[in-house]
Design a protein around this ligand. Sequence first.
Ligand SMILES: [Zn+2]
Length: 293
Amino acid sequence: MPELPEVETVRRGLEPAMQGARFAKVEVRRGDLRWPLPKDFAKRLQGKTVTGMGRRAKYLLADVSSGDVLVMHLGMSGSFHVFDGAGHGKPGAYYHERLKHAAHDHVVFHMSSGAIVTFNDPRRFGSMKLVPRQKLDAEPLLRALGPEPLGNEFDAAMLAQACRGKKTSLKAALLDQRVVAGLGNIYVCEALHRALLSPKRQASTIATRTGAPNERAERLVDAIKAVLNDAIKAGGSSLRDHKRTDGELGMFQHNFRVYDREGQTCRTAGCSGTVKRIVQNGRSTFYCPTCQK
Ligand SMILES: [Zn+2]
Protein backbone atom coordinates (compact mmCIF):
# COMPACT_ATOMS: atom_id res chain seq x y z
CA MET A 1 0.00 0.00 0.00
CA PRO A 2 1.58 3.29 -1.02
CA GLU A 3 2.24 5.73 1.79
CA LEU A 4 2.76 9.49 1.73
CA PRO A 5 6.18 9.52 -0.02
CA GLU A 6 4.96 7.27 -2.83
CA VAL A 7 1.83 9.37 -3.37
CA GLU A 8 3.86 12.59 -3.27
CA THR A 9 6.20 11.08 -5.87
CA VAL A 10 3.20 10.37 -8.10
CA ARG A 11 1.88 13.91 -7.56
CA ARG A 12 5.19 15.37 -8.67
CA GLY A 13 5.11 13.18 -11.76
CA LEU A 14 1.56 14.20 -12.68
CA GLU A 15 2.00 17.92 -12.07
CA PRO A 16 3.97 18.83 -15.22
CA ALA A 17 1.62 16.79 -17.44
CA MET A 18 -1.66 17.91 -15.91
CA GLN A 19 -1.39 21.27 -14.17
CA GLY A 20 -2.45 24.06 -16.49
CA ALA A 21 -3.61 21.56 -19.12
CA ARG A 22 -7.15 20.82 -20.26
CA PHE A 23 -8.77 17.38 -20.30
CA ALA A 24 -9.09 17.03 -24.08
CA LYS A 25 -10.69 13.60 -23.72
CA VAL A 26 -11.40 11.32 -20.78
CA GLU A 27 -11.80 7.59 -21.37
CA VAL A 28 -13.37 5.40 -18.72
CA ARG A 29 -12.63 1.83 -19.74
CA ARG A 30 -13.76 0.34 -16.44
CA GLY A 31 -15.75 2.45 -14.04
CA ASP A 32 -16.03 -0.14 -11.27
CA LEU A 33 -13.05 0.84 -9.16
CA ARG A 34 -13.32 0.69 -5.39
CA TRP A 35 -16.51 2.67 -5.86
CA PRO A 36 -18.20 3.08 -9.24
CA LEU A 37 -17.24 6.28 -11.05
CA PRO A 38 -20.17 8.64 -11.52
CA LYS A 39 -21.88 8.18 -14.90
CA ASP A 40 -21.09 11.77 -15.90
CA PHE A 41 -17.41 11.47 -14.82
CA ALA A 42 -15.93 12.05 -18.29
CA LYS A 43 -18.43 14.76 -19.16
CA ARG A 44 -17.67 16.73 -16.00
CA LEU A 45 -13.96 16.74 -16.79
CA GLN A 46 -13.77 17.09 -20.56
CA GLY A 47 -12.90 20.60 -21.70
CA LYS A 48 -12.00 21.68 -18.16
CA THR A 49 -8.53 22.75 -17.00
CA VAL A 50 -6.52 21.41 -14.09
CA THR A 51 -5.71 24.48 -12.05
CA GLY A 52 -3.70 22.75 -9.33
CA MET A 53 -2.32 19.35 -8.43
CA GLY A 54 -2.27 18.81 -4.69
CA ARG A 55 -2.18 16.05 -2.14
CA ARG A 56 -3.79 15.40 1.22
CA ALA A 57 -2.37 12.40 3.10
CA LYS A 58 -2.54 9.55 0.55
CA TYR A 59 -5.08 11.32 -1.68
CA LEU A 60 -4.20 13.16 -4.88
CA LEU A 61 -6.32 16.26 -5.39
CA ALA A 62 -6.62 17.79 -8.85
CA ASP A 63 -8.39 21.14 -8.81
CA VAL A 64 -10.51 21.50 -11.91
CA SER A 65 -11.74 24.77 -13.48
CA SER A 66 -15.36 23.56 -13.21
CA GLY A 67 -15.14 23.94 -9.42
CA ASP A 68 -14.79 20.21 -8.84
CA VAL A 69 -11.84 18.55 -7.18
CA LEU A 70 -10.83 15.20 -8.62
CA VAL A 71 -9.94 13.11 -5.55
CA MET A 72 -7.81 10.08 -6.45
CA HIS A 73 -6.47 7.22 -4.32
CA LEU A 74 -4.05 4.54 -5.50
CA GLY A 75 -5.52 1.82 -3.29
CA MET A 76 -3.37 -1.33 -3.11
CA SER A 77 -2.07 -1.63 -6.64
CA GLY A 78 -2.98 1.54 -8.53
CA SER A 79 -0.42 3.46 -10.54
CA PHE A 80 -0.35 6.37 -12.93
CA HIS A 81 1.76 6.48 -16.01
CA VAL A 82 2.47 9.57 -18.07
CA PHE A 83 3.21 9.19 -21.77
CA ASP A 84 4.64 12.45 -22.98
CA GLY A 85 2.75 12.36 -26.27
CA ALA A 86 5.94 12.64 -28.33
CA GLY A 87 5.76 9.01 -29.37
CA HIS A 88 5.73 6.68 -26.41
CA GLY A 89 9.18 7.48 -25.11
CA LYS A 90 11.80 4.83 -25.46
CA PRO A 91 10.75 1.38 -26.48
CA GLY A 92 12.35 -1.00 -24.03
CA ALA A 93 11.58 -3.40 -21.26
CA TYR A 94 9.17 -1.04 -19.62
CA TYR A 95 7.31 -0.24 -22.80
CA HIS A 96 6.62 -3.92 -23.42
CA GLU A 97 5.53 -4.36 -19.87
CA ARG A 98 2.95 -1.63 -20.40
CA LEU A 99 1.48 -3.40 -23.39
CA LYS A 100 1.10 -6.54 -21.35
CA HIS A 101 -0.77 -4.78 -18.59
CA ALA A 102 -2.83 -2.39 -20.71
CA ALA A 103 -5.94 -4.43 -19.81
CA HIS A 104 -5.74 -2.79 -16.40
CA ASP A 105 -5.60 0.78 -17.74
CA HIS A 106 -9.04 1.71 -16.45
CA VAL A 107 -9.06 5.49 -16.86
CA VAL A 108 -7.14 7.46 -19.49
CA PHE A 109 -6.77 11.24 -19.50
CA HIS A 110 -5.80 12.79 -22.82
CA MET A 111 -4.46 16.20 -21.85
CA SER A 112 -4.24 19.27 -24.05
CA SER A 113 -0.50 19.29 -23.30
CA GLY A 114 -0.25 16.18 -25.46
CA ALA A 115 0.38 14.02 -22.41
CA ILE A 116 -1.60 10.84 -21.98
CA VAL A 117 -2.12 9.89 -18.35
CA THR A 118 -3.28 6.36 -17.63
CA PHE A 119 -4.55 4.97 -14.36
CA ASN A 120 -3.71 1.28 -14.12
CA ASP A 121 -5.02 -0.85 -11.26
CA PRO A 122 -5.09 -4.66 -11.47
CA ARG A 123 -6.89 -5.09 -8.13
CA ARG A 124 -9.21 -2.09 -8.51
CA PHE A 125 -9.01 -0.91 -4.90
CA GLY A 126 -8.06 2.53 -6.18
CA SER A 127 -10.68 5.23 -6.44
CA MET A 128 -11.61 8.47 -8.16
CA LYS A 129 -14.28 10.84 -7.00
CA LEU A 130 -15.43 14.31 -8.05
CA VAL A 131 -16.16 16.57 -5.11
CA PRO A 132 -17.25 20.21 -5.40
CA ARG A 133 -14.44 22.38 -4.01
CA GLN A 134 -16.70 24.02 -1.41
CA LYS A 135 -17.70 20.61 -0.06
CA LEU A 136 -14.15 19.29 0.24
CA ASP A 137 -13.85 20.04 3.97
CA ALA A 138 -16.96 17.96 4.61
CA GLU A 139 -15.84 15.09 2.36
CA PRO A 140 -15.97 11.90 4.46
CA LEU A 141 -12.73 10.54 2.97
CA LEU A 142 -10.78 13.58 4.13
CA ARG A 143 -12.72 15.00 7.07
CA ALA A 144 -11.26 12.82 9.81
CA LEU A 145 -7.64 13.02 8.69
CA GLY A 146 -5.08 14.34 11.15
CA PRO A 147 -2.34 16.84 10.32
CA GLU A 148 0.00 16.55 7.34
CA PRO A 149 3.31 15.36 8.83
CA LEU A 150 5.35 17.64 6.55
CA GLY A 151 3.18 20.68 7.25
CA ASN A 152 4.45 23.45 9.52
CA GLU A 153 1.60 22.95 11.95
CA PHE A 154 2.69 19.39 12.73
CA ASP A 155 5.06 19.63 15.67
CA ALA A 156 5.88 17.94 18.97
CA ALA A 157 3.15 19.83 20.81
CA MET A 158 0.51 18.65 18.36
CA LEU A 159 1.68 15.03 18.38
CA ALA A 160 1.94 14.95 22.17
CA GLN A 161 -1.56 16.36 22.50
CA ALA A 162 -2.89 13.64 20.16
CA CYS A 163 -1.10 10.91 22.16
CA ARG A 164 -1.98 12.26 25.58
CA GLY A 165 -3.44 9.52 27.76
CA LYS A 166 -3.40 6.99 24.90
CA LYS A 167 -2.92 3.45 26.19
CA THR A 168 -2.20 2.01 22.74
CA SER A 169 1.33 1.39 21.50
CA LEU A 170 3.25 4.20 19.85
CA LYS A 171 3.22 2.12 16.65
CA ALA A 172 -0.58 1.90 16.64
CA ALA A 173 -0.92 5.60 17.44
CA LEU A 174 1.23 6.61 14.47
CA LEU A 175 -0.73 4.35 12.12
CA ASP A 176 -3.95 6.06 13.23
CA GLN A 177 -4.69 8.51 10.40
CA ARG A 178 -6.46 10.83 12.86
CA VAL A 179 -3.24 11.30 14.84
CA VAL A 180 -1.08 12.01 11.80
CA ALA A 181 -2.06 11.45 8.17
CA GLY A 182 -0.26 9.52 5.47
CA LEU A 183 1.99 7.18 7.46
CA GLY A 184 1.79 3.41 7.00
CA ASN A 185 3.70 0.41 8.26
CA ILE A 186 7.01 1.14 6.55
CA TYR A 187 7.52 4.76 7.54
CA VAL A 188 6.21 4.25 11.07
CA CYS A 189 8.81 1.49 11.63
CA GLU A 190 11.54 3.63 10.10
CA ALA A 191 10.60 6.79 12.02
CA LEU A 192 10.49 4.98 15.37
CA HIS A 193 13.91 3.51 14.68
CA ARG A 194 15.40 6.89 13.81
CA ALA A 195 13.90 8.32 16.99
CA LEU A 196 15.30 5.36 19.01
CA LEU A 197 11.83 4.72 20.45
CA SER A 198 10.34 1.27 20.92
CA PRO A 199 7.20 0.57 18.88
CA LYS A 200 5.81 -1.16 21.99
CA ARG A 201 6.10 1.92 24.18
CA GLN A 202 2.76 3.30 25.33
CA ALA A 203 1.79 6.29 23.19
CA SER A 204 1.04 8.47 26.21
CA THR A 205 4.70 8.41 27.23
CA ILE A 206 5.66 11.06 24.68
CA ALA A 207 3.53 13.58 26.57
CA THR A 208 3.41 14.86 30.12
CA ARG A 209 0.23 14.35 32.08
CA THR A 210 -1.03 17.75 30.91
CA GLY A 211 -0.36 16.82 27.27
CA ALA A 212 2.82 18.86 26.83
CA PRO A 213 5.50 17.30 24.62
CA ASN A 214 8.57 15.76 26.18
CA GLU A 215 11.92 15.18 24.54
CA ARG A 216 10.69 11.91 22.98
CA ALA A 217 7.95 13.75 21.13
CA GLU A 218 10.51 16.20 19.75
CA ARG A 219 12.74 13.37 18.55
CA LEU A 220 9.82 11.51 17.01
CA VAL A 221 8.51 14.47 15.03
CA ASP A 222 12.01 15.21 13.72
CA ALA A 223 12.40 11.55 12.73
CA ILE A 224 9.01 11.42 10.95
CA LYS A 225 9.79 14.53 8.90
CA ALA A 226 13.31 13.35 8.11
CA VAL A 227 12.34 9.88 6.93
CA LEU A 228 9.50 11.22 4.77
CA ASN A 229 11.72 13.87 3.19
CA ASP A 230 14.46 11.33 2.52
CA ALA A 231 11.96 8.91 0.98
CA ILE A 232 10.43 11.58 -1.28
CA LYS A 233 13.91 12.53 -2.42
CA ALA A 234 14.50 8.88 -3.37
CA GLY A 235 11.21 8.67 -5.31
CA GLY A 236 9.48 6.58 -2.63
CA SER A 237 9.91 2.88 -1.91
CA SER A 238 9.22 0.26 -4.57
CA LEU A 239 8.29 -3.01 -2.94
CA ARG A 240 5.53 -4.37 -5.13
CA ASP A 241 3.52 -1.88 -7.10
CA HIS A 242 4.91 1.58 -6.65
CA LYS A 243 6.58 3.12 -9.66
CA ARG A 244 7.16 6.72 -10.55
CA THR A 245 4.90 8.05 -13.31
CA ASP A 246 7.81 7.68 -15.75
CA GLY A 247 7.98 3.96 -14.96
CA GLU A 248 11.20 4.25 -12.95
CA LEU A 249 11.37 2.58 -9.56
CA GLY A 250 11.62 4.49 -6.30
CA MET A 251 14.85 3.75 -4.48
CA PHE A 252 14.14 4.27 -0.80
CA GLN A 253 13.77 0.54 -0.06
CA HIS A 254 17.58 0.38 -0.25
CA ASN A 255 17.77 2.84 2.65
CA PHE A 256 15.51 0.98 5.07
CA ARG A 257 17.15 0.75 8.47
CA VAL A 258 14.76 -1.81 9.98
CA TYR A 259 11.81 -2.50 7.67
CA ASP A 260 12.03 -5.99 6.14
CA ARG A 261 15.50 -6.47 7.72
CA GLU A 262 14.70 -9.14 10.32
CA GLY A 263 17.86 -10.81 11.65
CA GLN A 264 20.17 -8.22 10.14
CA THR A 265 22.44 -5.81 11.97
CA CYS A 266 20.94 -2.58 13.26
CA ARG A 267 21.99 0.48 11.29
CA THR A 268 22.13 2.87 14.23
CA ALA A 269 25.69 4.16 14.60
CA GLY A 270 27.39 2.38 17.51
CA CYS A 271 24.60 -0.20 17.97
CA SER A 272 25.41 -3.86 17.39
CA GLY A 273 21.83 -5.03 17.91
CA THR A 274 19.85 -7.26 15.57
CA VAL A 275 16.61 -6.22 13.88
CA LYS A 276 13.65 -8.15 15.24
CA ARG A 277 10.18 -8.71 13.76
CA ILE A 278 7.13 -8.81 15.99
CA VAL A 279 3.42 -8.66 15.15
CA GLN A 280 1.39 -5.74 16.44
CA ASN A 281 -2.30 -5.35 15.58
CA GLY A 282 -1.89 -8.09 12.98
CA ARG A 283 0.97 -6.39 11.15
CA SER A 284 4.72 -6.87 11.16
CA THR A 285 6.80 -4.42 13.13
CA PHE A 286 10.54 -4.30 12.57
CA TYR A 287 12.70 -2.71 15.27
CA CYS A 288 15.94 -2.99 17.18
CA PRO A 289 15.33 -3.97 20.83
CA THR A 290 18.88 -2.86 21.69
CA CYS A 291 18.70 0.83 20.82
CA GLN A 292 14.95 1.50 20.60
CA LYS A 293 13.71 2.11 24.11
ZN1 LIG B 1 19.98 -0.76 17.29
